[in-house]
Design a protein around this ligand. Sequence first.
Ligand SMILES: [Zn+2]
Length: 214
Amino acid sequence: MKKECEIVQDLLFGYQDKTLHEASKELVEEHLKTCEDCRKIFSEMQKEEDTNENNEEIDYLKNINKKVKKKNKLLIIVGVILGIIVLLNIGIFAYYYSEAGKVQIYLNDDIKEEQIENIKNLITNIDENAKIKYFSKEDSLNQMKEKFKSNENLLSGYGGENNPLPAFLEVDTSIENAKKIETKMQSIEGVKKITGSFDSNPYLFMFSKVMVEM
Ligand SMILES: [Zn+2]
């Protein structure tokens, strides 16, 4: 190998990277014009660099692809979560509107038959389609016993004359009418108390129902 070839080959990397001083660069260029061997070496070096660049490009594209896939996955997850939230809300509000129109009107123990009739009429005047169900003191106690089934002893001493629970009317109507009925019942004789969920927040309403079921 010629001495000049050795020098030029040492310089080829710098030449390829364009970091050579002007004089060295000229030397390499002049030499490459005349030396077949060094030209070959240099062209091999360039081919190699091209391949590396291509690989870098491919890596870059792969990376973008990965990022896009990740992003799509995230979007799908967010979409599913939003969908579940929307469905849950629809369910909660549907349940609220079907259930929250129920009102319990608790009656005094000394209420008379005609007073109960009067109350029923007042309700029907507000909503002629309202479903009204009468629960006697005994029904009331049985219902309570049913609720505390797992803890039967709790109410075993009660029954007959010894029944602290009031008779009540259960009214199934719309939320709007439930509010009207509540207002109306404030001043009616024989009514002990009126309860309902028509004023509650649908979420709290659902929550309380779930808690009772558990
Ligand atoms: Zn040479």
